[in-house]
Design a protein around this ligand. Structure first.
Ligand code: GRF
Length: 192
C-alpha cells in the first residue's frame, strides 16, 4: 500500500483555503495529510485553525532572521524534517525566493484569485473589478521566481457582472475552496 503524501501549507491570514485543504484530507477527498502550517504572522487566524485541526505549525517573525535566505533556509529545514512532498501556498503574503526554490522548486504551488496571466500581484480581485472585468476567476499554478507567473495547472472562471466587492469575494472564495483541494488531489494522482 502506498504511503499517504505529506503536505505543507503556507499562509499568512484567515486560512479559509488552508481549512478547505485540511478538511479534504480529513475526509479522504485528498489522499494526503497536512503535516505542517508555515506562517509568517504568528497572530494570524490560520494559526488557531491549525491548532483546532491538530496540524503542527511553524510560525515565525521574519525580522528575527538576519536575511531572507536564512529565513527560507529555516523553513526548508522544517519541510525536510516533516518529510513534505508538496507545498501549497494559500494566502502566503511573501515572494518565494532562491533558497526555497533551490530546495523545493517544482514542488510548490499557489492559488491566485484571478485568471492569470491577468492581474498578478496583490489585490487582484479589486484590480479586476475596477477594470470592469465580467469574468473573474481563480488560478492554481507552480511557483517559480516570477510573481504569479509560473506554469498554470488549473483555472476556474467566476462570471460576475455586479459591483459589490464583498459579494464578488464570496464567489471567488467559493471557487477557490472547490478548485484547490480538487487540483491537489489530481496532482497527487498524477493526473496533471
Ligand atoms: C485567497 O484569495 C488566495 O487566492 C490568495 O489569498 C487569499 C487567501 O485567503 N492568494 P484565505 O486566507 O485562504 O481565506
Amino acid at each position: 500500500m502506498s504511503q499517504k503524501k505529506r503536505l505543507a501549507i503556507f499562509a499568512s491570514g484567515t486560512g479559509t483555503n488552508f481549512e478547505a485543504i485540511v478538511t479534504a484530507c480529513e475526509s479522504g477527498r485528498i489522499p494526503a495529510e497536512v503535516v505542517l502550517l508555515v506562517c509568517d504572522k504568528p497572530a494570524a487566524a490560520v494559526v488557531e485553525l491549525a491548532a483546532r485541526h491538530g496540524v503542527e505549525t511553524f510560525a515565525f517573525q521574519p525580522k528575527s532572521y538576519p536575511s531572507k535566505a536564512d529565513m527560507e533556509g529555516a523553513i526548508a529545514d522544517r519541510l525536510d524534517k516533516a518529510g513534505v512532498d508538496l507545498v501549497c501556498l494559500a494566502g502566503y503574503m511573501r515572494i518565494v525566493a532562491d533558497t526555497l526554490l533551490s530546495r523545493y522548486g517544482g514542488r510548490i504551488i499557489n492559488i491566485h484569485p484571478s485568471l492569470l496571466p491577468a492581474f498578478p500581484g496583490a489585490r487582484a480581485v479589486e484590480q479586476a473589478l475596477n477594470y470592469g472585468v465580467k469574468v473573474f476567476g481563480v488560478t492554481i499554478h507552480y511557483v517559480d521566481q516570477t510573481v504569479d507567473g509560473g506554469r498554470i495547472i488549473a483555472q476556474r472562471a467566476v462570471p460576475y457582472e455586479g459591483h459589490d466587492l464583498d459579494e464578488l469575494f464570496t464567489l471567488v472564495h467559493a471557487a477557490e475552496h472547490e478548485l484547490y483541494p480538487a487540483t491537489v488531489a489530481r496532482l497527487l494522482a498524477g493526473e496533471v
